[in-house]
Design a protein around this ligand. Structure first.
Ligand code: 4AD
Length: 466
């Protein structure tokens, strides 16, 4: 028998068949000298394996060896699938494996900094266990991140990071099918791409430089170089001193830039179809993963429309006003008003995913195109999931004189971005695009309360390891 069966695929159809599995010894338990149980876990799925003394196959020594295996050791098990008459508690699979052979492939140290079973409990399960007088250690976020290699092994985290993969994969596939080419722009750049002080500065062989805050400038240059439609998946660096649930110092940027024929609604159209395709795909193809996440971190499925709602900024301001929240009509929304508007939109339109567009120009980056009919507003938009921003996008200024003027007005050091501004002097098509934060999408689609849960190795102002 050389074919491997995945723990997640073990089911009643395999009854009496011999299978070969590899996984981790999650827990072991001896029952007298002739029997032991080992729960084997592979990628979040678990199965109970029974080791009983049997002439020809299992010795007493073997039973003792299995009972003494340290948690998280990697083992290969060969055995027969059986279906117990009573339901099995505490494993994902409803069959057992009667062990005939077992090899330890890699031994884990006897005591681990995190117990995976504890780390996998939901808040409700923790409360119940504590009330029942059980001894258990609540694994806090910092401990989880310090020992991410162990924390990653919980079913919820296996689910989250598979979903993260799927989001990136659908982003690529959808855009490719719409005629976009993937590009790769430098992360070491001379001038800041988004302005502001949130930049990691560094010395580039004697020249001042910084880590790119986004591929903004280069993706636009690529459009001026006739790429027509481009996207990029890459790291984005923000040196912000934000200790919030949704800011990281490094995140994965999913960026899009495209020529516009007539109106920036063409860009919003891409957002609309990309995300409806993505959400449909996640709901259909990631059921197991979503269930695993939901078991530990309960959440309701995202409510979204077949055609994404587009709301004007002014309408948003009006809705907030009617609900008793006054905001500056030419200012930005803060976290609180974004949340509130999210609630109002859900009540009125029945969606937790929508586009807010025509933002006041004053709150947008220098490269944003003012509205042709009213320069106090801009051809720009943000996109929200459950009242929190996941995307910002816009039509860009493609007229070099206006671009230079806007950059200066926004306090940008124009001398550091002359090659960017010059790119528009050789003829530049109208264009626009948007940037998505990958971790934000995963966090908010899964209703998680902290972006660190959606980043494998998060970087925040206090964390540079692992
Ligand atoms: O809103 P941002 O800063 O926009 C840009 O970077 C533009 N160049 C995009 C464009 O094409 N116009 O960032 C885009 C997205 C945000 O909507 C958010 O999802 C995410 O990136 N983001 C962050 N994610 C995690 N941590 C942070 N500190 C983030 N800052 C922005």
């Amino acid at each position: 028998l050389t074919e491997w069966t995945r723990v997640g695929d073990l089911n009643e159809e395999l009854k009496d068949k011999e299978v070969l599995i590899r996984g981790r010894a999650q827990t072991t338990r001896a029952v007298g000298k002739n029997m032991a149980f080992v729960v084997v876990r592979q990628k979040g799925f678990t199965v109970q394996c029974v080791v009983t003394v049997q002439p020809d196959f299992v010795s007493r020594q073997m039973v003792k060896f299995v009972a003494g295996l340290s948690r998280e050791s990697i083992i290969d098990v060969r055995g027969l699938v059986s279906v117990p008459s009573v339901p099995i508690k505490g494993t994902t699979q409803q069959v057992e494996v009667e062990v005939r052979k077992l090899h330890c492939i890699s031994k884990a140290m006897p005591t681990l900094p995190i117990n995976i079973e504890d780390a996998a409990r939901s808040e409700k399960e923790i409360e119940e266990a504590l009330q029942a007088g059980e001894q258990l250690v609540r694994v806090n976020q910092d401990t989880r991140l310090n020992y991410r290699v162990l924390d990653m092994r919980t079913p919820a985290n296996q689910g989250i990071f598979h979903i993260q993969h799927e989001v990136g994969s659908i982003f690529r596939k959808f855009l490719e099918s719409e005629g976009f080419d993937e590009i790769h722009t430098p992360k070491l750049i001379a001038g800041t791409s988004e302005g502001g002080s949130a930049v990691f500065k560094l010395d580039y062989k004697g020249q001042p430089a910084c880590l790119a805050q986004s591929p903004q400038l280069h993706k636009q240059i690529a459009i001026c170089g006739d790429k027509e439609r481009v996207f990029e998946v890459g790291p984005v660096f923000r040196a912000e001193d934000s200790y919030t649930h949704r800011h990281l110092c490094e995140f994965v940027g999913l960026d899009v830039e495209m020529e516009i024929k007539k109106h920036y609604s063409e860009v919003m159209g891409i957002v609309d179809r990309l995300f409806v395709t993505m959400f449909d795909h996640l709901n259909e193809k990631c059921k197991k993963e979503l269930d695993a996440v939901r078991r530990q971190y309960p959440f309701e499925p995202l409510k979204y429309l077949r055609k994404t709602l587009r709301l004007r900024f002014e309408e948003g301001v009006q809705m907030l006003k009617e609900a008793g929240v006054e905001i500056d009509p030419y200012g930005d929304l803060n976290t609180e008003s974004e949340r509130k508007l999210g609630q109002l939109v859900l009540e009125k339109y029945g969606t937790e995913f929508y586009i807010l567009h025509r933002y006041p120009l004053a709150v947008r980056p220098f490269y944003t195109m003012p509205c042709y009919d009213d320069a106090k507003y801009s051809n720009s938009f943000d996109v929200f999931i459950r009242g929190e921003e996941i995307i910002s996008g816009a039509q860009r200024v493609h007229v070099p004189e206006l671009l230079e003027e806007r950059a200066k007005a926004c306090g940008i050091d124009v001398s550091a971005i002359t090659t960017y501004i010059d790119s528009f002097r050789y003829g530049a098509p109208p264009h626009g695009g948007f940037g998505v934060g990958l971790e934000r999408v995963v966090m908010l689609f899964c209703g998680l309360n902290n972006i660190r849960k959606a980043s494998l190795f998060p970087r925040d102002p206090l964390r540079l390891a692992p």
